[in-house]
Design a protein around this ligand. Structure first.
Ligand code: NG1
Ligand code: MG
Length: 558
């Protein structure tokens, strides 16, 4: 059965974004030397790059998803944990009066953005906009269905990595235009505004631990603070964490992957949470088992974003197609009714349990559906021409609103539906089982035998991996091998790939008194075979025990 949170846990106070003095950084970062060094480095490199000190440094943690893979974009709850490893974004916002003295100065206002990173693979980016023009374009871009103009028109000017920063900046501008128009106008008109960003991160990239969303969240936090700050008012109440999580999820899609919002939400809320997306975004802390979580990178970079139409976004669309087939199978529909296009909604309406729906799927849903079958099924006819108008019609019927999804409909010859559905339904069921075993509000069974619960959680993890690998086909040879190694290791209760997959990390649940033996086993049985040149120098960059960490915040320079 679907589990629905009664309401967002925590008071509204918890929903405000923290602006904390740098002097409390040590405490906030759990006294982690590496994170404190990274915070310092962001400030130092900012000073070097721009010749003045930053006003603020925003921090956003990466995450490891414990269970609930590829189900957030289908509307189902997930269970991620915020990591200590974070992206730091140092920022300054400075104004100079425009030279002109005409009465209509607003049209002349300009916004200049400087974006730099400490990573040698990330070339700097510098761009200037006419404020009225860009705000106009952003308010016209229908918030969810259009990609913002800046990525399309000047794509060649922007290095790939900077899209994550730019999408956050534009997401914030769009939001403030709606919620804080007076402050925004006061800030940006009539003058020349320069915002400088310096990014420094410790989250491993392409590892499925969400360095991308940490970058988006840190940039968004930095931008909103820089734009709304003034000497006499605190920014903390300007925009809530919940608004911020939704905003960051939405604007990261502009970069091209149709993700569900788990990464941005956990980076903002922090620690270990059950995150619910439907009917509204909400979160509830989960008390973990007295065990440790070890993250091991396969050292194969995930290629989910390269060729997204064949990997990540293909899966998103397959779920939409599968939803349509399942709906057709179980929903009695009147002529004017439409089918639900979100699996969560379909499951809710069906009044069936996940297990019952899995049984229906096994029995009645075809393994694959061809392009022609999909057209016939959804539109009632197939056409010779697979043109844009047809794709748009198909997309609207399936609830696919954005260009990245339409791209899949244009190129795909067939869709795997039954197996994708079996993964999503069983994974959503496993999340609820996991949650009650951890003693969430669903089932506070204090008498539960601890050892037994631990074993059951381990089994859920292994099953989740098998489901990702076999049904969702988002694992890889290296990931399967690493997961297998982790499963054999002493102290291991269970393990699974984490994040979108096709490379990246495995997360393992390990008895706390056997972590050293566990790591030694993985070292000799997985990492020893990988040449030193292909490994980061520090082992802690690819194999580490997680520290559930606080969510994103903004440090204020003294
Ligand atoms: P990663 O692999 O961290 O980028 C992606 C999506 C999540 C979720 C997972 C799969 C984004 C930003 N993130 O995570 O929303 O769908 O895959 O569970 O698209
Ligand atoms: Mg990502």
């Amino acid at each position: 059965k679907l589990l629905i949170l009664e309401e967002t846990e925590g008071s509204s106070q918890d929903d405000t974004i923290e602006l904390v003095p740098l002097s409390s950084a040590s405490e906030l970062l759990d006294h982690s030397e590496s994170q404190l060094a990274a915070l310092q480095r962001a400030q130092d490199e900012f000073q070097q790059a721009y010749n003045h000190a930053p006003q603020y440094v925003a921090r956003a943690p990466g995450r490891v998803n414990l269970i609930g893979e590829h189900i957030d974009y289908n509307g189902f709850g997930v269970l991620p944990m915020a990591l200590q490893q974070s992206v730091f974004c140092a920022v300054s916002c400075r104004q100079s009066q425009l030279a002109t003295t005409t009465t209509d100065t607003t049209a002349e206002s300009t916004l200049e953005l400087h974006i730099q990173s400490t990573s040698p693979q990330a070339p700097p980016c510098r761009v200037q906009y006419n404020v009225s023009e860009i705000l106009d374009r952003l308010s016209q871009a229908e918030s969810s269905s259009n990609d913002p103009p800046f990525l399309k028109t000047q794509e060649e000017n922007f290095p790939d990595w900077s899209h994550y920063v730019l999408c956050a900046i534009f997401g914030i501008l769009q939001q403030l235009q709606e919620t804080h128009p007076t402050q925004l106008t006061a800030k940006l008109h009539p003058q020349h505004t320069t915002i400088c960003f310096l990014i420094h991160g410790t989250v491993p990239q392409g590892a499925g631990v969400s360095s991308s969303s940490a970058l988006v969240v840190a940039s968004a936090m930095a931008t909103v603070t820089a734009l709304l700050s003034s000497n006499n008012s605190s920014t903390s109440s300007a925009i809530t964490k919940t608004q911020m999580a939704a905003l960051c999820a939405r604007c990261e899609r502009w970069v091209g992957t149709e993700g569900g919002g788990m990464d941005q939400a956990i980076s903002i809320f922090g620690r270990l949470q059950y995150i619910q997306f439907q009917p509204t975004l909400a979160h509830a802390s989960v008390s973990s088992l007295p065990l440790l979580w070890v993250v091991c990178h396969s050292l194969q970079e995930s290629h989910k974003r390269v060729d997204a139409a064949l990997y990540f976004n293909k899966r998103v669309v397959e779920c939409k197609v599968a939803c349509r087939w399942l709906a057709h199978t179980i929903v009695k529909k009147n002529d004017n009714d439409t089918y639900p296009t979100l699996l969560w909604e379909l499951v809710r309406q069906s009044n069936l349990s996940f297990s019952e729906l899995e049984a229906v799927t096994k029995e009645k849903i075809p393994e694959t559906v061809t392009r022609a079958e999909l057209e016939r099924f959804v539109l009632g006819a197939t056409t010779e021409e697979h043109n844009n108008a047809l794709v748009a019609q198909l997309a609207s019927q399936l609830g696919i609103a954005r260009p990245a999804g339409m791209e899949v409909l244009k190129v795909a010859e067939s869709y795997s539906v039954r197996d994708r559905l079996l993964h999503v339904l069983s994974e959503a069921r496993r999340v609820q089982a996991f949650r009650s075993l951890c003693g969430g509000p669903a089932d506070n069974n204090a008498n539960n035998n601890k050892k037994d619960a631990e074993r059951q959680v381990g089994t859920l993890l292994n099953q989740s991996h098998a489901s990702c690998s076999d049904w969702y086909q988002c694992s890889s040879r290296q990931l399967d091998q690493l997961q297998h190694t982790c499963q054999q290791a002493p102290g291991a209760l269970g393990s699974r790939m984490t994040g979108a997959g096709w490379g990246g990390c495995v997360v393992a649940l390990v008895s706390s008194n056997q972590v050293d033996e566990f790591c030694q086993f993985v070292r000799t049985n997985y990492y020893a075979d990988i040449p030193d040149d292909d490994k980061p120098t520090n082992e802690s960059d690819y194999m580490f025990v997680t520290q559930p960490s606080p969510g994103s915040n903004v440090f204020e320079s003294n």
